[in-house]
Design a protein around this ligand. Structure first.
Ligand SMILES: CC(C)(COP(=O)(O)OP(=O)(O)OC[C@H]1O[C@@H](n2cnc3c(N)ncnc32)[C@H](O)[C@@H]1OP(=O)(O)O)[C@@H](O)C(=O)NCCC(=O)NCCS
Length: 261
C-alpha cells in the first residue's frame, strides 16, 4: 500500500526549531533509515519468528527485498494482490494495480514471506503432487507476505507497512497477528518511532483487524483527521502505532487549537 502522507499544521504557536537543529535531526534520521535498510536479513535478530506452528499450520518466514525478487515470486505477489484487493479498491483497482507493480520491485522495499511446510495439510492437490514427484524435502509454497519500508514520515523515522497479504486458506489462523508483532519488533529494534499503514475504508475486515485486534489508531495525518471534508472524499485511512512520546505527539495526539481572543 502506497505511503500516503498529508501535511498538517503542527501548531504555529510552538517555538520554531533552529535551522541547524533541523539539519542535525534530519541527518540523524537519514542515518537511522540507512542502517535499518542495510540489514540483509530482517529476521536475523528474531529467530523465534522464523517458524509459526498452530493447529496443523506449519509456516516458515523468509526475508527478501524488492530488487531481488524472482519472476515467480513477483507473479505470486501480483496474483495475491489482485485476489485480495480488487474488491476493496473497486473502480480504483486498475490504476492502483499499476502503482503496486512499481512499488513491488523498488530497491527500498523489504519483505517477509510466509511459506507453508511441504508436508502440511494446507497444500493444494497440485502442490502435494509436485512435492511427491520431486522425492526430496522441498520448501513449500509461499502463501503470504509483508512488504514494508523504513521511511521518514512527518519528520519521524517510521516503518511503513505497504502490504500485508495472506492467501485465504491461511487467513484467520493467527498469522496476520504474528507477522504484525514481528513488524513491530523490527520497527523497535531499528529505532523507528512508529509503524504506519494505509487501509482502504471498504476493507472492513482489515480495518477491524488493525483497530480492534492490533490496537492501531487513526493517525492525525489520516485524511479524516486532517479535515473531515477531505476524509469523506478519500477512500483510505492512515493508521499507526507509536513507540515514543515524540511519535505519539506527532502521529496520534489531536492538533492543538490556536484560540484567538
Ligand atoms: C487482514 C489479514 C492480514 C489478517 O490476518 P489473519 O491471519 O487473517 O488474522 P489473524 O488470524 O492473525 O487474526 C488476529 C486477530 O484478529 C481477529 N480478526 C481477524 N480478522 C478479523 C476480521 N475480519 N474482523 C474482526 N476480527 C478479525 C482474529 O479473530 C484474531 O483475534 P484473536 O487474537 O482475539 O483471536 C488477513 O486476513 C488478510 O491477508 N486479508 C486480506 C488482505 C488484506 O486485507 N490485507 C490488509 C490490507 S491493508
Amino acid at each position: 500500500m502506497e505511503s500516503k502522507g498529508l501535511s498538517r499544521n503542527n501548531g504555529e504557536n510552538k517555538a520554531k526549531p533552529k535551522r541547524k537543529e533541523i539539519i542535525e535531526k534530519r541527518k540523524a534520521m537519514d542515518a537511522l533509515i540507512k542502517v535499518a535498510s542495510a540489514e540483509k536479513d530482517c529476521l536475523s535478530a528474531f529467530p523465534a519468528f522464523r517458524h509459526y506452528q498452530i493447529s496443523g499450520l506449519s509456516a516458515f518466514l523468509e526475508s527478501g527485498r524488492g530488487d531481488k525478487l524472482s519472476s515467480p515470486v513477483k507473479q505470486f505477489i501480483q496474483n495475491l494482490l489482485k485476489a485480495n484487493m480488487e474488491g476493496p479498491y473497486g473502480s480504483e483497482w486498475p490504476a492502483e494495480e499499476k502503482v503496486k507493480r512499481r512499488e513491488m520491485v523498488a530497491p527500498e522495499a523489504r519483505y517477509v514471506f510466509v511459506r507453508i511446510a511441504s508436508s502440511g495439510e494446507f497444500l493444494t492437490t497440485s502442490e502435494r503432487e509436485k512435492t511427491a514427484a520431486s522425492c526430496v524435502e522441498e520448501r513449500g509454497p509461499i502463501v503470504g507476505f509483508v512488504h514494508f519500508r523504513f521511511v521518514i514520515e512527518e519528520e519521524l523515522p517510521v516503518l511503513y507497512v505497504y502490504e500485508l497479504q495472506l492467501e485465504p486458506r491461511v487467513q484467520g489462523k493467527g498469522l496476520g497477528k504474528f507477522l504484525m508483532q514481528l513488524i513491530e519488533l523490527i520497527a523497535c529494534k531499528n529505532h523507528m518511532g512508529a509503524v504506519v499503514l494505509t487501509v482502504q475504508k471498504a476493507n472492513s475486515a482489515a480495518m477491524n483487524f488493525y483497530l480492534y485486534k492490533m490496537r492501531y489508531v487513526t493517525s492525525t495525518i489520516s485524511p479524516s483527521r486532517v479535515d473531515p471534508l477531505i476524509g469523506i472524499e478519500k477512500s483510505y485511512e492512515i493508521l499507526c502505532k507509536t513507540f515514543s512520546n515524540e511519535a505519539k505527539a506527532i502521529l496520534e495526539e489531536p492538533l492543538e487549537l490556536v484560540h484567538s481572543v
